[in-house]
Design a protein around this ligand. Structure first.
Ligand code: ACM
Length: 690
């Protein structure tokens, strides 16, 4: 007999046993990095054959150094281990009896008072059969090592244990960021804290907070209160909340770099302070995306006085050395139309808007220097005469990144890591911050400090934030942390479920939020057909979705295309089945499995149609589900031709080509994630001809 709460724990332990046993192959006799599910992979790992058991006596102790940050991290780690194992795991007292299983944290010092790019994040972790030792020069290194240690927990029929291992680890790049745009869609403090908790799990270390843009100014300014009062719809962060978030991030070894985008993307500033604009107002708050821009006026000394005071106020909230001024997509029509701006340009011999932006940037660099900050900006700020202590964030592609690095600017890459592109995780995973095609010398490549995942939020609301960020960002985080040679996508996908579980343990709602949305949208429990459907479809990419649906900040993001996730595991699994079948069409088990799968698709069209009769939001999925049903039939027929080694009649090939072409046309913000695999099958049936 057990009390309900203990029963719940017992069940959760059983579930964990099952899950970890599934994720980690039994035996614990891993070779090199092959069978553990660490993410990001450490720089080096060996000796994984043994086990260090964990039971209620497990404890974490510290050496001669500790501080509040380390103590809090230990408490969080013990809580996570308790949740996984069901043991009450408490802090050790100096007089406690020798434990059964121990982690000793040997940390030399706190690290930098304000975490910077020079922070030492390295650690070594030696897990033996009785005791584990984590050495780190700084608390941040210890935080990184603790996350790795938690990933070594496993279980078998006898109970829980840590894999023994000797790990020597350090990041490949010092800048491993995630940008969150809170202008297009504001996120509550709790969501940001959850994001920071989960970033720490995968060793991301920069939270790039995109705080202002056309559609919202999201931070309280006491010097210029009309910025947040009129520049937002009431959704902004108070200064107390900002301080809290910055402190929360520091506790997790994460820097906070604010971005105030200017001189374009600055509409929200002008609503309360139209005197900053290069054309007369009035300006009003807008929920619309992609509106025309009126730029800040770089020709007025009053603009710089304003920015000086603003920076004086804001730098007291954000201690980081770096300060992002945006500088992207400077649409110059408001400068072209302003007689004042035109006169200034003529007087100062400025030939074009680029020269005016360069002048603006130069003034900003000087202001930032006065306030003890280094400037960061997007590609568009790069000019040969810009000071080289400016850091460039590249969204325009590898060649643009290379240009900056060749000119001697420190840079971080973001272009391939835009999550709104809704790409395959493997594609984003394989995009290297030092792209091969750029042919940089070692000295030039040394200017690339890392990369940043970008979460632009035109189509990301509070509810689907986590489903957009995780687990894709975990794979990208590995790209930023692990050695360049770690680039086996299949192995990344093998490890993804384990890190997904760890992220969920740290608070991520990427599974639960999707299920909640499906239940609400479907007005009831999630049927097997709905579950299957969402394993085979993907959301449209940002550009295509903008064409398909004119959304604004007010649009509820609740359509199937807002719920579906990119690169769903079931679609990947289906592709694997197709490849297995094509490699050996005579293999009966593979053939039967695939046939059963394709046949089951034929139920999807009718099921989603019937659901849409009582859950109208699913009408958006009806055509796609019908296409999937038709593709299931196509696939089955293609398999039959291949299995019989017979050539289909031209009429069949023509019909299938038309059907595939139709399925390619997105319906209801969705695309079919398994279309490529079906195309491959049909091509094989046609003797290799498309
Ligand atoms: C950007 O995507 N305009 C930085």
């Amino acid at each position: 007999m057990c009390f309900p709460i203990q029963c719940a724990r017992a069940w959760s332990s059983l579930w964990l046993l099952f899950t970890f046993a599934t994720i980690f192959p039994a035996g614990g006799n891993a070779q090199a990095t092959s069978s553990l599910s660490l993410m990001p992979q450490p720089a080096s790992i060996s000796d994984q054959a043994g086990q260090m058991p964990l039971d209620a006596n497990f404890r974490i102790t510290t050496g001669h150094f500790s501080d509040d940050r380390l103590e809090h991290a230990i408490d969080r780690a013990l809580q996570r281990l308790s949740d996984r194992t069901g043991y009450i795991l408490l802090r050790a007292k100096a007089s406690d009896a020798p434990p059964h299983g121990e982690l000793w944290l040997d940390v030399a010092a706190a690290g930098m008072p304000v975490q910077g790019t020079q922070e030492d994040e390295s650690y070594t972790l030696d897990v033996g059969p009785q005791r584990a030792v984590l050495h780190a020069a700084t608390v941040v290194g210890a935080l990184r090592g603790l996350e790795t240690f938690l990933q070594l927990l496993d279980a078998d029929g006898k109970g829980f244990y840590f894999h023994t291992a000797r790990i020597n680890d350090h990041p490949r790049f010092v800048w491993r960021g995630l940008l969150l745009d809170v202008s297009r869609h504001w996120q509550p403090v709790a969501n940001i804290k959850r994001l920071l908790d989960t970033m720490a799990v995968v060793k991301l270390n920069v939270f790039h907070w995109h705080l202002s843009d056309y559609q919202g100014f999201r931070i309280e300014s006491r010097q210029f209160p009309r910025l947040h009062e009129l520049g937002s719809d009431g959704l902004y962060y108070t200064q107390a909340e900002v301080r809290d978030i910055v402190a929360y991030a520091r506790e997790r070894g994460i820097r906070v770099v604010p971005e105030f985008d200017m001189p374009s993307h600055a509409h929200s500033w002008l609503i309360g302070y139209p005197e900053l604009a290069s054309l007369p107002g009035p300006f009003t708050f807008t929920h619309q995306f992609g509106i025309d821009s009126v730029n800040l006026d770089p020709t007025q000394e009053s603009t710089y006085r304003f920015l000086d005071t603003f920076l004086g106020e804001m730098t007291s909230l954000f201690p980081d050395r770096y300060w992002h001024i945006g500088g992207d997509e400077v649409e110059g029509s408001s400068w072209d139309k302003s007689p004042r701006v035109q006169a200034f340009m003529k007087q100062n011999g400025m030939k074009d808007n680029g020269a005016l932006q360069a002048y603006f940037n130069q003034r900003l660099v000087e202001l930032l220097e006065k306030h003890g900050r280094r400037m960061v900006g997007w590609d568009e700020i790069v000019r040969p005469d810009l000071r080289r202590d400016v850091l460039v964030q590249s969204w325009l592609g590898p060649q643009s990144l290379a240009t900056a690095a060749k000119l001697g600017f420190d840079s971080v890459l973001s272009g391939p890591y835009y999550l709104d592109k809704m790409e395959r995780i493997s594609k984003q995973y394989l995009a290297d911050p030092v792209p091969d095609e750029t042919h940089l010398t070692a000295a030039e490549a040394a200017h690339i400090l890392g990369g940043e995942v970008c979460v632009w939020t035109e189509l990301v609301a509070q509810e689907n934030l986590d489903t957009r960020v995780w687990p894709a960002s975990a794979a990208i985080a590995e790209r930023f942390w692990s050695p360049r040679e770690v680039r086996d996508s299949d192995d990344m996908y093998r490890r993804l479920p384990a890190i997904s579980l760890a992220l969920e343990e740290a608070g991520s709602q990427h599974h639960t939020a999707m299920d909640a949305m499906l239940r609400r949208t479907g007005r009831g429990e999630i049927s097997p057909e709905v579950r299957q459907f969402f394993g085979l479809i993907e959301p449209l990419r940002l550009g295509a979705r903008e064409e398909a649906r004119q959304a604004s900040q007010l649009t509820p993001l609740v359509a199937p295309g807002d719920i579906a996730i990119p690169d769903p595991p079931a679609a990947r699994n289906f592709s694997r089945q197709i490849h297995e079948f094509l490699a050996d069409p005579g293999h009966a088990a593979h053939r039967d499995e695939l046939t059963a799968e394709l046949r089951s698709w034929q139920k999807l069209g009718p099921a989603i149609h019937s659901l849409a009769q009582r859950a109208p939001l699913f009408q958006d999925g009806e055509e796609t589900a019908a296409s999937l049903s038709a593709l299931g039939k196509t696939g089955e027929e293609a398999m039959a031709w291949i299995s019989r080694a017979a050539t289909p009649p031209p009429e069949w090939s023509r019909q299938q080509a038309a059907l595939l072409a139709h399925a390619q046309i997105p319906q209801g913000l969705l695309r079919i994630a398994v279309l490529d695999a079906i195309q491959e099958l049909v091509k094989a049936a046609n003797g290799g001809n498309p």
